[in-house]
Write a protein that binds this ligand. Sequence first.
Ligand code: HDD
Length: 744
Amino acid sequence: MTKRQSSSDTAKNDLPGRPGPQSPQLAEPTEPAGPLPPKPDQDGPETVGPTGQATGADQARVAQSGAYLTTAQGTRLPDTDHSLKAGARGPVLIQDHHLREKITHFDHERIPERVVHARGAAAHGVFQGYGAAGEVCKAAFLGKDVETPVFVRFSTVLGSRGSADTVRDTRGFATKFYTDEGTFDLVGNNIPVFFIQDAVKFPDVIHAGKPHPDREIPQAQSAHDTFWDFVSLHTEATHHTIWNMSDRGVPRSFRMMEGFGVHTFRLVNAADESVLVKFHWKPKLGVHSLVWEEAQMISGMDPDFHRRDLFDAIESGAFPQWELGIQVFPDTPEQTFEGIDLLDPTKIVPEELSPVQPIGLMTLNANTKNYFAETEQVAFHPGHLVPGIDVTDDPLLAGRLFSYLDTQISRLGGPNFGQIPINRPHAPVNDMLRDGMHQTAVHTGVAPYRPNSLDGGCPFLAGADTAAFIETPVKVPEASKVRQAPASFSDHFTQPRLFWLSMTPPEREHIIAAYTFELNKCHEQVIKERMLEVLANIDPQLCEQVATGLGLPVPAATVPLVAADLSPALSQLGGTWPTDGRVVGVIADPASDLDGVRGARQAVLDAGMVPLVIAPTGGALDPDGEPIAVQRTFATARSVEFDALLLAGVPRAAADAYGARDAKAGTARPPEAPDPRVLLLLTEAYRHGKAIGGWNGADRLLETAGIVTDEQGIAVAHSGTAAVEALTTALGGHRAWDRFPAAL
Ligand code: HDD
């Protein structure tokens, strides 16, 4: 009989002074707890079709919800911390099947990241139709008060999965509607136009934007030679590029972005009449952006800024909402509207020419439970359509209809990705797709083919009266096969100019600064010169200012500059919006008016915002009284975390914070000297146009920081609550735009 290793053998083999492998560490619970109740997201929708076959993952494999740890085969395990060895210090034995299973599985935990849009964050929600689209679209989920579950993934385009959130880039805005008639995916962006007009050029624009192939830098940004080389040569990218250089390229939050379907789609009503439409998502919180310096600082301070913002807002009940809207155009053979080619994805139709009509409301109300299972494995595809929504002949869309299905096969490991829980339709699935990698369904029946008699002829084909998706019988014009674009696609400058002219002065300053920043990061002189020639064709003032920043001569325009009508809807400025979920830093010290701090905190909460107390040290203010929890210290807080700051008087550093340094320097810091880190918070927030409020002598500190108290967005009041009120009003306009150009 083999002698089993005793604990005394183990102890004998331990090195002196070190805890042995079996020695108790932190106390863990000793009794197994009962199984957890199944989690809602693991209780996925049923996809059992009329013939009874089930698809989808095994529901029993739920995380941490059983009493005992087991192998993948369900055998209970006594130990998962030690390899099987010949003696405690001896060699590891290859017969250790648990070690091999655990490590092998770990070795394969990662899947290829998305070739574009790798970095993303997502949430669940619900879409409620207004019924307003009934005249133009028969899709059932748009019906009045019909509620449809949705899953939305926001993303950057260029960066890898671990890159920073606040880089200058387009943002993806992809929505999966799990409708009763099948899944509809609206795979859009926060910018309404695209860099290219034909999908065949997608690899080119992405290769140019991604890091240089030799050293794989820079990560997640367009400020490098290959991107500007491509867009300066390829002028159809001019429109998308100016949007990226505008404030749209650095959103304040996913919750504060518009979304666009970009392409023109075709809607069909119950009478089979069709219209052409463009989809828009309008955020209830307004469209707001970071300023560039702030965005860069956040990339270091909190690379997960947007992901955290979305998760925290939903967790706290500040559910973000967007209205879905459509611009509707007649479905004419020309497929143009007011001279604008609706098949050209580099063109918008200004909202002043065709207003956006709201057709439903989306509310994101639940966070993901497992990032990998949901956000990483979700697979969108513009070809996931439902009856009533069809595609057009936009050549960019045509290529996408191929690409999205194709990419999932390498990313998700085979053609059965539709069975992954997050991708499972909520409508019954009854396909004849069989077998393949990662097949999890146990299909029954003997006749997965049509026609058949052996399975009773099932499944049957649907018709128009039984909610079949029927392609619109659009007439294709008689034509020859050519590799060409229509002549209307060659106007590359009218709309970038329209965009530029529709911006307010601070927005224009930001655009000038962005081009200047990015082009100054390029090494090749010829690229900068060529890009200035492109800018000259947008606007002489834009070109001149960027040329000055680059230290280069100003070229002349080579196309006539069209004086387009303005589109004020393109500007982000000038309105007043809700401030839900905005973050207000309340700066205080133990000597501050602490009742005032309590009142201010409560007023911030009552306004639906988030108060974070910033104090000299962690812990609590007034620990022996009515404690006020401290969320940030003078050492950990940076202005970029806050939308606004509130000063409870003149907070000072902890008494000895600078003692050692001052002693070394031979200086004596007067006790009333303001803490330089608080001054930094204030000057940065001021430079970034943020609202700053205060009471109880706060004006003295503001003056020390060089901030004039009667300026726009500075709210000094007689009490904390009054200061919060004034601050909230200022925040409704997002920033104090009078202060720009202060930080570009
Ligand atoms: Fe794309 C992902 C949006 C053009 C090929 N795209 C992807 C995502 C969004 C968009 C939001 C991320 C989806 C997610 O969160 O999983 N793409 C767009 C928009 C475009 C566009 C708005 C133009 C109007 N895309 C485009 C073209 C091609 C692709 C022209 C190829 C010919 N896109 C892809 C892809 C991706 C993708 C390679 C990568 C991961 C994925 O699909 O699932 O297939």
